[in-house]
Design a protein around this ligand. Structure first.
Ligand SMILES: Cc1ncc(COP(=O)(O)O)c(C=O)c1O
Length: 498
């Protein structure tokens, strides 16, 4: 189930070394991506003239949270890009801070980190042959884009698997980046059809040339987020805190798609005792009440509990409606909505300008944070950190459809006021549970049907994940993985990527 950090096939390993030497690719360590100040100056300065959205090997060294806005590519940001939302918007005194995934290279979403975290351990242990294998990236649309980008940089064959109903912008991107249209595999349905993605992968896995990098069960995804996202969010919190020791990092809020990002919560909890809040769509309340349904909060899946979700360390579950995320997406990203927020709600222009950094799941995370603040009665001495995986840019077509359906005569100021009142001001702590031991067990047990019954994971491997010692082992394995990455780079001899 988990990969051991050791070379398992010497011949494949040698072929990978040769291949990446030819492609002039050096691989960053997890430590470097967690703390980019450790990236050697020779590499950091070589990035300056390189466009972050080009498939260049050097851009692997940008797969971290410390990138600045596009057009300002020079140098690394001292603190990950983030916005703090004012109480005039959120209606709560707790300070809600959102780290922005939009500045990750190539795909404008932090899922490229998960893709790197899943593939690299295989490459450096001789488990993936970049010449003979195809890297198959099952996803709801961002992880597969990250995977296709990483595959292209490494000069290997990448295949995206995603539901046909995902946003048009995702497919437009894939058409530009995939080597051939056949490398974009559409599965039936949309966000709520993860099982159909697994079925397609099972079919593809019959061909031994297809290496399935299943983000929902690849522990590299957990390790990357625990260290890289966890440390980045710590740096955001310390920046906000300045010297104020009274300020607490009360909660980390994250929607779970593959449950990679929420691993950052395990890190933050270990440092600050932070509560971990999992967000899901209220229309498909899997964790809340074993429910089913459909929704449009793209990227957060449902109807299954990912194998890499450390459920027994999760503290709350918040259900957020996609009616709210769709409506707020219109409010935040139309001139009418922005004008209403500026003039009637007196929202700071800098905050307004940054609201387009919230994709649909980012908005869901903000609503989950507001619910958490209300339930836990948090005050101005409390910070809640969350993430926006991608940005509004990926949902322009969805927004146009939503507007046409719900506001056929145009979205005016009255509509803006209604949306704000109903979907921001009226947010309550409904559909939110604080998990008792038995509720954690219920959610944990729900995973049995996907992983043991459907996917054939041995029961003892499934059960091991109840124990926090299992997760500590994974967290600590990063040292061994980094050593393997360094050894691999030494073998290729590439110390300044192209
Ligand atoms: C837009 C978006 N939001 C949230 C998530 C969930 O993140 P994770 O898979 O790390 O749980 C994803 C995952 O693909 C996503 O694409």
């Amino acid at each position: 189930m988990t990969l051991t950090p050791e070379v398992v096939d010497k011949a494949v390993f040698e072929r990978a070394v040769e291949h990446l030497r030819k492609a002039q690719v050096a691989l960053p360590t997890f430590r470097e991506l967690a703390e980019p100040s450790l990236i050697p100056d020779s590499i950091a300065t070589s990035l300056d003239p390189i466009d972050p959205d080009e498939p260049r090997a050097a851009n692997l060294f940008r797969v971290h949270w410390y990138n600045g806005a596009r057009g300002n590519t020079r140098g690394r940001a001292a603190v990950p890009s983030h916005i703090e939302l004012p109480a005039s918007l959120t209606g709560v005194n707790a300070r809600i801070v959102v780290a922005l995934g939009r500045y990750f290279p190539m795909i404008g979403a932090h899922k490229v980190l998960a893709a790197y975290g899943c593939l690299t351990p295989r490459i450096v242990t001789g488990r993936f042959d970049p010449v003979a294998h195809r890297a198959v990236w099952p996803s709801t649309g961002n992880y597969c884009r990250g995977g296709v980008a990483i595959s292209r940089i490494l000069g290997c064959h990448g295949v995206a698997v995603l539901p046909a109903g995902m946003s048009r912008e995702r497919f437009d991107w894939l058409q530009r980046w995939a080597a051939s249209p056949d490398d974009i595999v559409r599965t039936p349905g949309s966000e709520s059809n993860v099982k159909e993605i697994y079925d397609k992968c099972a079919e593809l896995a019959r061909d031994p040339a297809n290496a399935i990098l299943n983000q929902f069960s690849e522990f590299g995804n957990y390790i990357a987020h625990y260290h890289c996202t966890g440390r980045a969010l710590q740096s955001v919190f310390e920046h906000i805190r300045g010297g104020d020791r009274e300020l607490r990092l009360a909660a980390f809020v994250s929607a779970t798609g593959s449950a990679g990002t929420i691993a950052a919560g395990d890190y933050l909890k270990s440092v600050y005792g932070t509560k971990i809040v999992a967000v899901e769509a209220a229309e498909c309340p899997t964790m809340l009440c074993n429910g089913y349904g459909e929704h449009n909060i793209q990227g957060i899946g449902d109807k299954h509990i990912p194998l890499i979700h450390n459920v027994m360390n999760t503290d709350l579950v918040a259900g957020v409606s996609d009616r709210s995320t769709d409506a707020l997406d219109v409010l935040f990203n139309t001139d009418v909505g922005q004008k209403y927020l500026a003039t009637r709600q007196k929202i700071d222009p800098a905050v307004l300008a940054a609201l387009d950094g919230l994709g649909l799941s980012g908005i869901a995370n903000v609503l989950g944070a507001i619910k958490t603040a209300k339930r836990l009665e948090l005050t101005e001495a409390d910070v809640i950190v969350t993430v926006a995986t991608d940005s509004a840019e990926l949902y322009a077509s969805e927004r146009a459809e939503h507007q046409a359906r719900h506001f056929p005569e145009g979205f005016d100021e009255i509509h803006a006021a209604e949306v704000f009142a109903r979907h921001m001001q009226a947010v309550t702590d409904d559909r939110l549970i604080e998990l008792s031991h038995i509720e954690r067990r219920r959610i944990f047990n729900l995973g049995y049907y996907t992983w043991v019954e459907q996917q054939g994971v041995p029961l003892e491997d499934f059960d091991r994940r109840q124990d926090q010692a299992f997760w500590r082992g994974l967290q600590e394995s990063v040292t061994a993985w980094d050593r393997l990455i360094e050894d691999f780079n030494q073998r290729t001899g590439v110390n300044r990527p192209a």
